[in-house]
Design a protein around this ligand. Structure first.
Ligand code: ATP
Ligand code: MG
Length: 230
């Protein structure tokens, strides 16, 4: 059982490879203090999303350790770790279910009112109520198709509803129009407030607002600091 306090994250000399022989992360060490935001930047393939996957424990490290509130995440139940972490992936996949249930997945006990409040905070409510069936609209293969930005905002609403101490964000790389971009930024800012956040950043505004920036290249941290220091 993971005893969570504030959501401090520590990577200590982390090494990782998906397949033997090719190291994807090499000796990665960093600390994120509770409530702070760290932005990961670097070229495509440098290992940014891998850092997020390791934190959510899709894979185990090959060397070093990852600690959350002082506990090695390999030693705690995966479910109890994941209960305290919200993820907004690069490409959000929604379930073949209603929009309401897609958001409620963040906390199944949530009331309709709470689902709507989360959607408002994620700036997706207006879009949802524009559909004939509103929150009961089916999404997915046989239902409504949402754009990448809209799906990501549904994932943000889900995360707001879940209310985890730690939020992992993998910003979409796709070009977004300015208004969509502004909407997503505003909703991301809401989900990150007072939570420990690790964000793979493709947008300058995300980088500027981070407490710490880690520049990854070939799986190593090449530079670190605040935006005005780098
Ligand atoms: P991008 O900016 O394009 O999203 P990234 O920095 O997030 O890139 P990662 O997804 O972390 O990059 O990938 C780092 C390296 O690991 C890449 O060389 C990639 O090809 C490799 N990789 C990623 N996932 C796997 C996998 N499941 N199996 C094998 N190799 C993988
Ligand atoms: Mg990535």
């Amino acid at each position: 059982e993971l005893r969570f306090h504030a959501g401090k994250i520590e990577f200590e000399n982390v090494h990782f490879s998906y397949v033997d022989g090719k190291e994807i992360l090499r000796d990665v060490s960093f600390t994120v203090m509770p409530g702070q935001t760290v932005a990961l930047v670097g070229p495509s393939g440098s290992g940014k999303s891998t850092v997020i996957r390791l934190l959510f424990r899709f894979y185990d490290v090959k060397g070093g350790s990852i600690r959350v509130d002082g506990q090695d995440i390999c030693t705690v139940l995966q479910a109890s770790l994941r209960a305290h972490i919200g993820v907004v992936p690069q490409d959000t996949v929604l379930f073949n279910d209603t929009i309401r249930n897609n958001i409620r997945y963040g906390r199944v006990s949530a009331s309709d009112r709470e689902v709507e409040e989360a959607a408002i905070a994620a700036d997706i409510h207006d879009r949802i109520v524009s559909f004939r069936d509103g929150y009961d609209t089916q999404v997915g293969e046989r239902g409504l198709k949402l754009s990448g930005g809209e799906k990501q905002r549904v994932a943000i609403a889900r995360t707001i509803l879940k209310g985890p101490q730690i939020v992992l964000l993998d910003e979409a790389t796709s070009a977004l129009d300015t208004e969509t971009e502004r909407n997503i930024q505003a909703s991301l800012a809401r989900v990150c407030t007072n939570r420990t956040t690790v964000v793979v950043a493709h947008r300058l505004s995300t980088v500027i607002n981070a407490d710490q920036i880690l520049v990854l290249k070939d799986g190593q941290i090449m530079e670190r600091g605040r935006h005005d220091e780098l």
